[in-house]
Design a protein around this ligand. Structure first.
Ligand code: TGC
Ligand code: FAD
Length: 391
């Protein structure tokens, strides 16, 4: 017996246009050819710098880096296409989607939205091509959910800026050519472009991770880092700067998490069809079918939600609270799906031969980064009640 693929059940293909389908299919092929054959090893060993650089260059060749930005070598697609690309990348591994999110939605977006013309010309074309890698330093060890409390400081010294502080949990920190570092100044929170190799700046890797092992995570240490006057992003001087970048990356995650969930569900479906228990296929049992049906409902509902938010974003109408809605729901449901799929695989599900536990472990990070699920609940709570739980 052959069945219907979970995302084909509601006949949603016509909701995408030809270009969106073409982009999705191109990224799916990239993941099939370049990510799937290697990801278990990347995950087991912990991905190395060279592989991250090579993957960035390949993603750059496909036009995936900063793909929804205009000019400077960026592809200029619509937001929905960017979301679909994230979904396909994360079907391979959340770490690969993270690479593309951090590069395009955080580091490049910050420069694109708040940088000077010179900064854009200097950094964006190389970043779009994947020849240069960027990272985004907002979080500190004591200030994750509450970046307003950050201790990293930038002070003027003549024309120069001098930065001191430490950032924590920074994707691609140690492999980045440029770090976008957010710091407090006398004029509010400002973004600084810190090139790798600047004296006083280092990016030690964080090791012993149990999640996002196909992604590099680092500290950023800034000790008396002296930067020229033109290292500051001129167009923003408040938390609005970094939080605007987060809107972009969170939007990608709304789609991305579903890619991981879809891959888990397809893996569980295939496994259940071929696995015999008590002399019958596992997929013939009612409990298995109930699990598969319920997971498919959540996957498909999440996809419709993602497409709705994509259309709002393409119309210029997407609000941060709506992004919180999508990120909270889709990551939470994706994680539940990954765990449930793991049960269907029994003991085989605890190995890297199958994707669900790897995806589930990754999704633990995705649940936490880009605003924890609790932060997004509180954003929605504030929208509903008019009262902020943060202050
Ligand atoms: P609040 O006082 O409300 O606002 C401060 C300023 O920011 C503006 N603002 C926003 N602007 C754009 N988009 C948003 N979503 C915004 N939310 C607020 C606001 O208008 C104000 O502007 P201004 O000019 O008047 O000063 O902020 P708050 O301090 O109460 O914080 C609100 C809260 C808790 C929602 C915010 O701090 C938050 O989102 N916290 C979570 C932090 C977070 O998500 N960090 C992620 C770090 S990066 C990362 O995780 C990368 S993972 C790698 C990968 O993506 O793969
Ligand atoms: P905390 O803020 O200490 O939260 C701990 C718990 O308290 C959570 O459950 C949280 O929801 C809860 N909590 C917090 N505030 C409240 C409240 N008001 N009410 C109720 N509960 C609350 N950051 C970057 O800047 N750049 C990156 O590239 C980056 N990459 C990352 C990659 C990985 C793999 C990971 C795991 C993290 C990354 N982060 C990055 C950091 C990430 O954004 C933070 O971990 C996240 O914002 C949460 O901060 P925290 O870990 O300090 O948790």
């Amino acid at each position: 017996m052959t069945g219907t693929a979970p995302l084909d059940l509601l006949s949603t293909e016509h909701l995408l246009d030809d270009e969106e389908r073409a982009i999705r299919d191109t990224v799916r092929k990239f993941v099939d050819d370049r990510v799937r054959p290697n990801v278990a090893e990347w995950y087991e060993q912990g991905i190395d710098d060279d592989t991250v650089r090579e993957t960035a260059r390949e993603a750059g060749k496909l036009g995936l880096l900063g793909m929804h930005l205009e000019g400077y070598g960026c592809a200029g697609t619509n937001a929905t296409s960017y979301g679909l690309a994230c979904m396909e990348l994360e079907a391979g591994d959340s770490g690969v989607r993270s690479l593309v999110s951090v590069q395009g939605s955080l580091a490049m977006f910050a420069i694109h939205a708040f940088g000077s013309e010179e900064q854009k010309q200097r950094w964006l074309p190389g970043m779009a091509a994947g020849e240069l890698i960027g990272c985004f330093g907002l979080t500190e060890a004591d200030f994750g959910s509450n970046p307003a409390g950050m201790r990293t400081r930038a002070r003027r010294d003549g024309d120069d800026w001098v930065l001191d502080g430490t950032k924590m949990w920074i994707t691609n920190g140690s492999v980045a050519d440029v770090a976008v570092v957010w710091a407090k100044t006398d004029d509010g929170v400002r973004g600084f472009l810190v090139p790798a190799g600047t004296p006083g700046f280092s990016a030690p890797k964080i090791t012993r991770k149990l999640s996002l092992r196909a992604s590099i995570t680092s500290e950023l240490v800034l000790e008396n880092v002296r930067l020229p006057a033109d290292a500051v992003l001129p167009e923003v001087s408040s938390l609005r700067g970094p939080l605007s970048c987060l809107n972009e990356a969170r939007f990608g995650i709304v789609f991305g998490a579903l890619g991981a969930a879809r891959d888990c569900l397809q893996t569980a479906l295939d496994y259940a069809a071929s696995r015999e228990v008590f002399d019958r296929s596992l997929s013939s049992y009612q409990i298995t079918q109930t699990k598969l049906a319920d997971m498919t409902l959540e996957l498909q509902k999440g996809y419709l939600l993602a497409l709705h938010l994509g259309r709002l974003k393409d119309a210029g109408e997407l609000q941060p609270r709506q992004i919180s809605f999508g990120k909270l729901n889709n990551v939470r449901e994706a994680l539940a799906i990954a765990r449930e799929c793991r049960t269907i695989l029994g003991a085989s599900g605890i190995t890297l031969e199958y994707s669900p536990l790897r995806h589930a472990n990754n999704l633990e990070s995705v649940l936490t980064y880009e605003g924890t699920s609790e932060v997004h609940q509180l954003v929605i709570g504030q929208a509903l009640t008019g009262e902020s739980a943060f202050t």
